[in-house]
Design a protein around this ligand. Structure first.
Ligand code: PLP
Length: 564
């Protein structure tokens, strides 16, 4: 690490997953993509940060579809091909053994050449010093059982802090991206000599830790948070802190990583306004700020739109807010840029649609995200007859993508159902499933479809980010009012709402509202009012592309959470 880096105090950003680039499978979905976007913005803007994550040598998994069902394959990658090995090691107690950790450094590049990038430290236990079992601790992202996860969290939290110390970095703040890294706060307590303390001494040490730690929660349901039984935690933490302290910080009954983070972080936020409200209700007594997520403008804007923005809105890369001026871009150039992005998407799926190419003149609806119950991937397909009748008036086609966590059985069923519906609809509505949703697929989809569909069960979508990516490419959303869309929604201007805010969230009603909007408004506008449609495309860029970006997000973290 360069000398200036080591003398300036840094923000240490801890995340179980980070999406760095295509071909590095160290992420599963939104949380990791957000972390990657945030590091890119930090690099572009010169915010002194260091990210800490696991090497995840076997990746999350690569998704294949066999007979309409998800099959998971390990996605091994070799850090040596993309990162530099740092010549140091630290040791962490995991259960009854000492585990050695090595580190790789990946540099997130900055858009400004003069600017240093942001280093990402990937922790790796796959070293000859460790026994066979411990060598696999940094192999599978979100793989294995509860014990495996706990041991990984010890490596990330405790090992991560020790690695930063060994690197000689001065840390201004620790930013915990979700609760997975919350054990780092116990390591800070130990460093302060308070791992056995009680009374005022302990209180003072906790206050000290709180002044150094920032916590972003991403999970709006109590059940979504990592929890471990106290006997299990004590067994593996190897005496890191007194069990009495652990129990006083980790919540009643079980060690809850969100509770631990809330108790040890002095600044806490949710990832959208509504999500912060939900979190306050979930954890009464804590002040939960709201910093709405954003996406990295350059990373998520297709080439044709990048060229357009370069021409009409120079400086947009440095200051994505300037996209408010998108209304100045001539309509036909917006339409042409989108047609190019759409063609690129349709080319890339040509082999998947039973050999034939999808028709570029048809309205193309995109739906892609983690396949899991609360995202309700089947909502659009709740009434196939209704879909057919809409398509007879206004033909449309659908492109779908998304992985289900290997243990998420309902998620697997959603994928199977989507394939079976695609088969049933084949005669009227082309439905294509793109296997292995990942950065490249996402980029093509959010820019190449005409409409981005989002159907979560409120209030479970903490933020959601793919609709923001779509907006950067002039693609409006049709979405349930939840997460970021409550803020980004302007009816008929940036897209359309399904259902009403605070209304009945019953799936049947949402489906009815979805069909109604699609038929009477969205598709009608698409086919019969082309100038109005391209105006909506421009407004999506001007209102939402300009705002929901990670440059704004990190500026807010900097001014409120890091140096506030
Ligand atoms: C953006 C993105 C996500 C998250 O999308 P949400 O709308 O937040 O669910 C997941 N996976 C990939 C590959 C992405 O690019």
């Amino acid at each position: 690490m360069s000398p200036t880096r080591t003398t300036l105090p840094v923000i240490a950003y801890f995340s179980m997953e980070i999406a760095l680039e295509e071909g590095i499978p160290t992420y599963s979905g939104g949380l990791g993509v957000l972390a990657g976007d945030m590091m890119r913005s930090a690099a572009d803007l010169g915010v002194p940060m260091v990210a800490v994550t696991l090497a995840s040598r076997a990746g999350y998994f690569r998704q294949e579809i066999h007979d309409g069902a998800q099959v998971e394959r390990a996605e091994h990658w070799d850090p040596a091909l993309r990162c530099r090995r740092l010549p140091l090691k630290v040791v962490v107690r995991v259960g009854s053994r000492d585990v050695w950790l090595g580190a790789w450094q990946y540099d997130v590049p900055s858009a400004r050449r003069a600017q240093m990038g942001v280093p990402v430290i990937l922790l790796d236990t796959d070293l000859p010093e460790n026994n066979e079992e411990d060598r696999t601790l940094t192999h599978w992202l979100y793989g294995g059982d509860t014990t495996y996860r706990l041991r990984q969290e010890i490596v990330l939290g405790v090992g991560g802090v020790r690695m930063l110390r060994t690197l000689g970095l001065k840390v201004q703040k620790y930013h915990l991206n979700e609760g997975h890294s919350a054990l780092l706060t116990l390591e800070l307590l130990r460093e302060l000599g308070a791992s056995e303390a009680s009374g005022p001494l302990l209180d003072e040490a906790i206050a000290n830790v709180r002044s150094q730690c920032v916590f972003t929660t991403h999970t709006p349901v109590e059940a979504g948070h990592d929890r471990y039984s106290y006997p299990l935690a004590e067994q593996w933490l190897g005496g890191l802190v007194d069990p009495r302290i652990l129990r006083s910080l980790g919540g009643p009954e079980r060690l809850n990583m969100t509770r631990l983070a809330l108790a040890t972080c002095g600044w806490v936020n949710g990832v959208a306004g509504r999500h912060a409200e939900t979190s306050r209700a979930l954890f009464p007594g804590y002040e939960v700020h709201a910093i709405t997520n954003g996406v990295h403008a350059q990373r998520w804007t297709s080439e044709p739109f990048q060229m357009l923005y370069d021409r009409y809105i120079p400086q947009w890369l440095h200051e994505p807010e300037l996209l408010v001026r998108a209304l100045r871009i001539p309509q036909d150039e917006i339409v042409a840029a989108h047609a190019q992005a759409k063609n690129a998407l349709l080319d890339s799926v040509a082999g998947l649609a039973g050999g034939s190419r999808l028709d570029p003149s048809l309205c193309t609806i995109g739906f892609a995200r983690r396949m899991t119950d609360y995202k309700r991937p089947g909502l659009l397909f709740s009434d196939l007859e209704r879909m057919r009748s809409i398509a007879r008036r206004f033909p449309f086609q659908v492109i779908v993508s998304g992985k289900a966590h290997p243990h998420d059985q309902p998620g697997h069923r959603h994928i199977e159902q989507l394939h079976s519906w695609a088969g049933e609809l084949a005669d009227t509505i082309p439905v294509v499933f793109i296997p292995d949703y990942r950065l490249e697929v996402a980029r093509r989809m959010v820019s190449g479809v005409d409409l981005w569909l989002n159907t979560p069960q409120p209030p479970l979508e903490a933020s959601g980010t793919s609709g923001m990516k779509a907006a950067l490419n002039g693609v409006p959303s049709l979405s349930v009012l939840d997460g970021w869309w409550i803020e980004g929604w302007e009816e008929g201007i940036t897209g359309w709402a399904i259902g009403i805010d605070g209304g009945d969230h019953d799936a049947h009603r949402h489906a009815a509202s979805l069909y109604e909007k699609l038929e009477t408004t969205v598709l009608r506008t698409f086919y019969e009012h082309r100038p109005a449609w391209s105006m909506i495309m421009k407004s999506a860029i001007a209102r939402n592309g300009s705002y929901f970006n990670s440059h704004r997000m990190i500026r807010r973290y900097a001014s409120e959470a890091y140096w506030g």
